[in-house]
Write a protein that binds this ligand. Sequence first.
Ligand code: RIB
Ligand code: CA
Length: 335
Amino acid sequence: MQRILLDVDAGVDDALAIILALNVSELKVEAITAVSGNVHVNQCTCNLLMTLEAMDAREYPIIAKGEAQPLIKPLVTAAHVHGSDGLGNVTRLLTPDGSRRYPMPKPRMSAISAVDLIIDLAGRYPDELILVPLGPLTNIAKAMITNPAQMRKIKEIVLMGGVFETYGNVTITAEFNIFVDPHAAQHVLDFGVPITMAPLDVTHQVILTGARLNAELGERNDKLSQFLRDATKISMAYHQQHEGFYGTYIHDALPIGLLTRPDLFETVDAFVQVETAGDLTQGMTIADLRPERPRPKPNARVCVRVNAEAFLRYFFDCLADGDKHPTVDSPPKRQ
Ligand code: RIB
Ligand code: CA
C-alpha cells in the first residue's frame, strides 16, 4: 500500500484523478490539497469537495486549501478549457425543481494550510509519503522553502507536468502546470527528492472521447456516471472546436497509473531544467532525452511511453468496480 497526497488545481482531469486514486485499494490517499491553477484555489477546493460528494467517497482524506498565487508570476488560469467553475460548469446545472444538481459541498476543510499539512504529513510518514502534484507546484515548493529538513523525508514526487519532444499546451514550448509557476517547478527539481514526471508527451496520447465515455457508462445513471458526463462536456466541446475531436485529455490520471500500473509506462532518467526568464520560452522544460547522449546527473525520471488503450481500460475497470487490479513492479526503462 502506497501513502499519497494529491495536490490538485481541480480541474476536470484532476477530478478524474481523484476518483481513480480513491478507487484503487493499493493507494491510501492521506490528503488532498488545493492550489490555484485551472481556477482560483477557492474554487479548486470547492471542486474537489464536490467530486468527493459525487462519488459518495467512503472516507474523506484530509482536505486543505493552498496557495492562491504562484511564487513570483501573476496567476494564469485555464477556465476556457475547464469551464468558468473549473469543473465543466456543473455548478450551474439544475434539477427539474430548480435546485442545484450539484449543491455547494459541506465544508470539510483542515484548519491548517496546504503547505503546513504537506510538511506535517512528510514528518508523520517519513520515507513513505508520495506527493502527487497535478497542478502548478506552488504548494510543494513553498513547503520545501518553509521546512526543507522535513520535506527531505518525502519518499517521491510523481507529477503531471512538462513537455519535451512535442508542443506545449499554453505556449508552443510550455505545459500549463509548469508555465503557471516555473519558479516553483525549478525549485522542486533542484531540491533532490526523487521525481517522476508525466509530461504532455504521454498524456496527450490518452484521450477520453465522448463516444468512449458513453460506451463505457452505457445506461448507468448512478450519481458518479452522471457527474462524469456532466463534468466533461465543456472540455470535450473545447477540444472539438480547437483540436478536432470531441473528447478530453485525462492528463492527471496518468501519475496515478504510474504508481499502480507502471508496467503500462516507460521512463528514462533525465536532467530536467525549467526556463524561468525567457520571453518566448518561459515555463519550458528542457532535457536531452536522446538515449545515446551522456546524461549530466539526472534529477528526474521522465515518462516517454504509455500503453494508452490499456491505461484507458484500467481507468474504467477501476471506476466500475473499485480496484481488484494487481499492481506491478517498477516500469521498464528505455535502454
Ligand atoms: O497541462 C495539463 C495540466 O494543466 C493538467 O494538470 C490540467 O489539469 C492543468 O492543471
Ligand atoms: Ca491539474
